[in-house]
Design a protein around this ligand. Structure first.
Ligand code: FES
Ligand SMILES: [Fe+2]
Length: 353
């Protein structure tokens, strides 16, 4: 499954502190745990299979130990201790080695006494995990997909960063991405918020399709209130990028009369073919609304999308023309058609039909 070779967000970074946390990704139960930090720096995060190799207990019920020779994860059942070795986890999938068996303290555990470790990274307020190295894949993955997707405004200290979510949604990740790229629902689903029925026409702009994903500039929609704190309506121009099959970034630059620059990234954890969990990583420059207002604006907008998106049949996105379900298009759907072609080019199987 090519999706196992992509980086996926699994949980907000702030949710993993001094206790191990269980989370599931593509049917794989994972335990995430963080090494205690030193001198104000946060410790490294590990993502292992949530199963003790001794008797199969859930490691996420265990404890993090700060040992003299490095941090360890202790199994809840017989207290076996597994050593974290971030360097080894980045280069090889074998680590998470058992280093101590309390009931047999003289025993030196062999290599077979090892939990399964995966690569983990932190980016944009989230922990990202890759279940499989992209070695065996043909055609090879584009360069942009060998790392978690880039989101520049989040790394720029001048911008304010805010993570909204998680939103668990009863649909496929591709349906949700397509909804995020779709301007022409604004006047109906978000009437009075992001659009108006009386100004339903949109401009789809120029869509560029390449190996690295999609890019669209000068997409325009009329908005009565395009951002928290705005008053009065106007045409608003957006730029979109799709750097990953289950992620998309929307940017709105400040213009004369509107001092706010916004960037919103949709990051999705695929929980299955028809279930996913989403976060919005928001970065703003010049927005006077406080974090709570921005978050509640985003929650409101998403609550408007949810019933419609969850009502779509089928829940998987029909990308194959030969598939049993056809959908028809209008000229306003240029982005969504490009997105469907991108998924087909990459060979994405999860959440499509
Ligand atoms: S099951 Fe984990 S130590 Fe026995
Ligand atoms: Fe929407």
């Amino acid at each position: 499954m090519m999706e196992k070779q992509l980086w996926h967000p699994v949980i907000a970074s702030t949710e993993v502190r001094d206790k191990p946390v269980g989370v599931s990704l593509l049917g794989e139960a994972l335990v995430l745990w963080r090494e205690p930090g030193h001198e104000g720096a946060t410790g490294v995060v590990h993502a292992w299979s949530d199963r003790c190799p001794h008797r199969g207990a859930r490691l996420s019920l265990g404890r993090v130990l700060n040992h003299l020779h490095g941090s360890r994860l202790e199994c809840p059942y017989h207290g076996w201790q597994f050593a974290g070795d971030a360097a080894a986890e980045q280069s090889a999938s074998a680590c998470a080695r058992c280093v101590h068996v309390p009931a047999a303290p003289e025993f030196v555990p062999p290599v077979s006494h090892t939990a399964t470790a995966f690569e983990a990274r932190e980016a944009h307020g989230l922990i990202w995990v890759r279940l499989m190295k992209p070695e065996a894949i043909v055609p090879p993955l584009p360069d942009g997909l060998t790392e978690p997707p880039a989101f520049e405004p989040w790394t720029d200290s001048e911008w304010r960063q805010l993570l909204c979510g998680p939103y668990e949604v009863n649909t496929s990740a591709p349906r949700l991405v397509e909804n995020f790229l779709d301007l022409s629902h604004f006047g109906f689903v978000h009437e009075g918020w992001l659009g108006a029925r009386s100004h339903a026409q949109v401009e789809t702009g120029q869509v560029q399709e390449g190996a690295e994903g999609l890019q669209a500039n000068a997409c325009k929609a009329w908005q009565p209130r395009g951002y928290a704190g705005a008053d009065g309506g106007a045409w608003v121009a957006y730029r979109y990028t799709v750097p990953h099959p289950f992620a998309a970034v929307l940017r709105k630059d400040a213009t004369e009369g509107d001092p706010v620059s916004n960037a919103i990234a949709l990051f999705i954890r695929p929980d299955g073919a028809e279930l996913c969990t989403a976060w919005f990583a928001m970065a703003t420059l010049g927005d006077l609304a406080d974090d709570e207002e921005l978050r509640s604006f985003q929650d409101t907008v998403f609550a408007q999308d949810r019933p419609v998106v969850e009502s779509q049949v089928p829940k998987r996105l029909p990308v194959h023309k030969s598939g049993s379900v056809g959908e028809v298009h209008s000229p306003a759907d240029r982005m969504s058609s490009a997105y469907r072609r991108y998924l087909v080019r990459l060979g994405v199987e999860l959440g499509v039909c």
